[in-house]
Design a protein around this ligand. Structure first.
Ligand code: GLC
Ligand code: CA
Length: 565
C-alpha cells in the first residue's frame, strides 16, 4: 500500500452560505468563515473543502456558476478569498475548492453567447439539439424535475440541462471547452489552492447519439442520471486523464470526484492507485439504500445488513487498487443522526465511530461534529432548495403524491436539512447572523451548539476531536488509515463489527447501531484480556467472548496479531 498525505487526512466540509455571516445580511460569507478557522483547526482536521464560492445567481446555491474567476457578491471579494486562503495556510489547513464544470449558469457569458445565434463561435460550448417530432430530442428528465431539455426561442433549438434549466450542460466533446476548464483550474492552482472536489464529474461525457434513457412505468421522463447513460459515459476517463496530465499532475493536490452512479468497477478507474485520474471518489450506493426506483422521497430506513454489505464491498474491492472516501453527510444529504440514529449524542458518536474506522479519507460536514439534526421546517414555504421545491410542485400538481404525505418524506430527506445555519451558540439565530438568516435556524440550537459542547468534555464535539486525532497520529494511526478491513457478523441486525489489520496490530470495531441492548459474539482469536481500548463512547465492557452492548454503544480495541487464530 502506497502512503500519501491525502490518505492520512481528515476533511471538513464548509457550506459557506450557512456557516458564519460576518455582516448581518443573513448569508454566510468568506470573512465569517475566516473567523472560524481556529474552530476548524481545533477539531483536528487538516483539509477544508468548501462548497462553491464563485459568482453565481444562486439558482442552486452556487452550483450554477456565472464567472469561475470571481467570488459571489454575497460571499465577499477575491481579496477576502486570498485572505482566507492565506489564513488557512498559516494554520496548517489546506483548502480544497469545489469545481463545478459539468454545467455553468445560464448567466455565464459563454452561455449568453452560445444562445445568441446558431453560428456563434461559442455555440458548441453547450449541447444544442433540434426538436424531434416537435418535442424534446429524447426522454431525459432533469435531476431537479421536468425535462432535461429547455426550448430556446432565439434560435429555435433545445439545450441540455441535467440539473435546473439555469444549469446548462457544457459540451466536453469540444476541445475548446476542455482548454477553458483546464486553464481556469490552473489559474486557481497558481493562487495556491490545494485541490478540487469535482461536482458530478461522472456526468461530463454524454452517451453517443444521446438515446432515450430507461423509464420507470408511470414516470414522466427517463432517468438520464444512470450508469450507461449520462453517468460514466464513453469518454469520461479520457477527459479526466487529460485533466490529470495537463493540470492535476503539475501540483500537489487532493482530488475527489463526486461521481454520481459510480460502481466499484468504475471507481477503480476514477480513483485507481496508478494516479492517472483522481485520488478518490464519493460513491453514493450506501446513502441510497433507502431510495426506491422512483427516487428518494420515501420514509424507508436503511437496513443495517444491506448497509454493511455495501461498505464491505467498497472496502474489499478498493483495497490496494484504489482509495475510498468516507462520508455519511454533506450538503445534499439529510442529517445522519436523524437517519441512522435517534438524534441522541450517543447515537451521533456511535455512527461517527462506525464510519471513521474504515479505510479511506473521512469527511466531516459542518455541524455533524455537534450531532446537528434534521430541521422541523413544517410548511413547504420554509424550504429553499430547488430540488425540493421542484419535486413538491411537480409531484403534487401531477397528482402523483398527496401533499401531506410528500411533505413528511421531504422533512426526512430534503437537502435543506443539512443547510440550516451552523449552531455556534445559544444566542439569537444560533450566533450565525445578527440579521435574518436566508433559511430558518433549527430551533434546537439552544441545546445543540458549539459553545455548549466546547465546555462539555463528554460532548459529541470532543468525541469527534478524539476520533480525528486517532487517524492523524499516534500509536494506532497506521492501522486506522491503512489497515486491511474484515467484516464480522454480516447478518446481525443491530451490530456493525469489523477489524482493521496493519502489520502486527488489529483493531476491533464494535458498534451497536440500535436503541436496544445487544450482544456480540467475539470471534475466538479476538477475545483477549490484553486488548487495549482505543476509543469508546461510554464505559466499555471487558473484551470477553460475549459482549453485552448498551444502546448506541461503540468501542474500538487493539490487539496484537491479525486476530485470526
Ligand atoms: C452536486 C452537488 C449538488 C448540486 C448538483 C448540481 O450533486 O453536490 O448540490 O445541486 O451537483 O450541481
Ligand atoms: Ca453575509
Amino acid at each position: 500500500m502506497k502512503k500519501a498525505w491525502w490518505k492520512e487526512s481528515v476533511v471538513y466540509q464548509v457550506y459557506p452560505r450557512s456557516f458564519c455571516d460576518s455582516n448581518g445580511d443573513g448569508v454566510g460569507d468568506l470573512r465569517g468563515m475566516e473567523s472560524k478557522l481556529d474552530y476548524i483547526r481545533e477539531l483536528g482536521v487538516n483539509v477544508i473543502w468548501m462548497s462553491p464560492v464563485y459568482k453565481s445567481p444562486n439558482d442552486d446555491n452556487g452550483y450554477d456558476i456565472s464567472d469561475y474567476r470571481a467570488i459571489m457578491d454575497e460571499f465577499g471579494t477575491m481579496e477576502d478569498f486570498e485572505h482566507l486562503l492565506a489564513a488557512a495556510h498559516e494554520r496548517g489547513l489546506k483548502l480544497v475548492m469545489d469545481l463545478v464544470v459539468n454545467h455553468t449558469s445560464d448567466e455565464h457569458p459563454w452561455f449568453l453567447e452560445s444562445r445568441s445565434s446558431r453560428d456563434n463561435p461559442k455555440r458548441d460550448y453547450y449541447i444544442w439539439r433540434e426538436p424531434v417530432n416537435g418535442r424534446e430530442p429524447n426522454n431525459w428528465g432533469s435531476v431537479f424535475s421536468g425535462p432535461a431539455w429547455e426550448w430556446d426561442e432565439t434560435t429555435g433549438m433545445y439545450y441540455l440541462h441535467c440539473f435546473s434549466k439555469k444549469q446548462p450542460d457544457l459540451n466536453w466533446e469540444n476541445p475548446k471547452v476542455r482548454d477553458e476548464v483546464f486553464d481556469m483550474m490552473t489559474w486557481w492552482c497558481e493562487k495556491g489552492v490545494d485541490g478540487f472536489r469535482m461536482d458530478v464529474i461522472s456526468m461530463i461525457s454524454k452517451p453517443d447519439g444521446m438515446p432515450d434513457a430507461p423509464q420507470e412505468p408511470g414516470a414522466a421522463y427517463g432517468i438520464a442520471m444512470q450508469d450507461g447513460c449520462c453517468c460514466n459515459g464513453p469518454r469520461v476517463h479520457e477527459y479526466l486523464r487529460e485533466m490529470n496530465r495537463r493540470v492535476l499532475s503539475q501540483y500537489n493536490l487532493m482530488t475527489v470526484g463526486e461521481t454520481a452512479q459510480v460502481n466499484v468497477r468504475e471507481a477503480k478507474r476514477y480513483a485507481g492507485s496508478d494516479g492517472s485520474e483522481l485520488n478518490m471518489v464519493f460513491a453514493f450506493e450506501h446513502v441510497e439504500l433507502d431510495a426506491r426506483p422512483d427516487g428518494k422521497w420515501h420514509l424507508d430506513r436503511i437496513s443495517l445488513p444491506a448497509f454493511k454489505e455495501n461498505m464491505r464491498k467498497w472496502q474489499d474491492e478498493l483495497d490496494e487498487v484504489a482509495w475510498n472516501s468516507l462520508f455519511l453527510c454533506n450538503h445534499d444529504q439529510p442529517r445522519i443522526v436523524s437517519r441512522l440514529g435517534d438524534e441522541s449524542p450517543d447515537s451521533a458518536k456511535c455512527i461517527a465511530t462506525m464510519l471513521h474506522l474504515h479505510q479511506g479519507t473521512p469527511y466531516v460536514y459542518q455541524g455533524e461534529e455537534l450531532g446537528m439534526t434534521n430541521c422541523p421546517f413544517g410548511s413547504i414555504e420554509n424550504y429553499r432548495d430547488v430540488e425540493t421545491l421542484n419535486a413538491y410542485r411537480e409531484l403534487t400538481e401531477a397528482g402523483l403524491r398527496e401533499p401531506e404525505e410528500l411533505l413528511r418524506c421531504i422533512a426526512y430527506k430534503s437537502r435543506d436539512n443539512a443547510r440550516t445555519p451552523m449552531q455556534w451558540d445559544g444566542t439569537e439565530n444560533a450566533g450565525f447572523s445578527t440579521g435574518t438568516p436566508w433559511i430558518m435556524v433549527n430551533p434546537n440550537y439552544t441545546r445543540i451548539n458549539v459553545a455548549a459542547q466546547r465546555k462539555d468534555p463528554d460532548s459529541v464535539f470532543h468525541y469527534y476531536k478524539k476520533l480525528i486525532a486517532l487517524r492523524r497520529g499516534g500509536r494506532w494511526a497506521d492501522a486506522v488509515v491503512y489497515g486491511k478491513y474484515r467484516l464480522l457478523a454480516p447478518e446481525d441486525e443491530s451490530i456493525y463489527a469489523y477489524t482493521r489489520t496493519w502489520e502486527d496490530v488489529t483493531l476491533l470495531v464494535v458498534c451497536n447501531l440500535s436503541a436496544g441492548q445487544a450482544r456480540f459474539a467475539v470471534p475466538a482469536g479476538l477475545a483477549r484480556t490484553d486488548a487495549a481500548v482505543v476509543i469508546a463512547n461510554m464505559e466499555p465492557p471487558a473484551l470477553t467472548e460475549t459482549l453485552p452492548l448498551k444502546p448506541w454503544q461503540a468501542v474500538v480495541w487493539a490487539v496484537r496479531g491479525d486476530g485470526q487464530d
